[in-house]
Ligand binder design. Sequence first.
Ligand SMILES: [Zn+2]
Length: 53
Amino acid sequence: MKLVCPECKNEVDLSRYPNLAVGNVIECQMCGISLLVNAIGEEVAAEIVDEGK
Ligand SMILES: [Zn+2]
């Protein structure tokens, strides 16, 4: 499975999250943004978490 960061368009390294599940918040190691996992499959869907709003 793979996840492309919606912010910076880089692939997020999911090997850091061996127990990834829907609802998890992960961090893009390229741009540092927080991403909420919406769906897991061959491709992982995630949305940007608005912080401090
Ligand atoms: Zn990113």
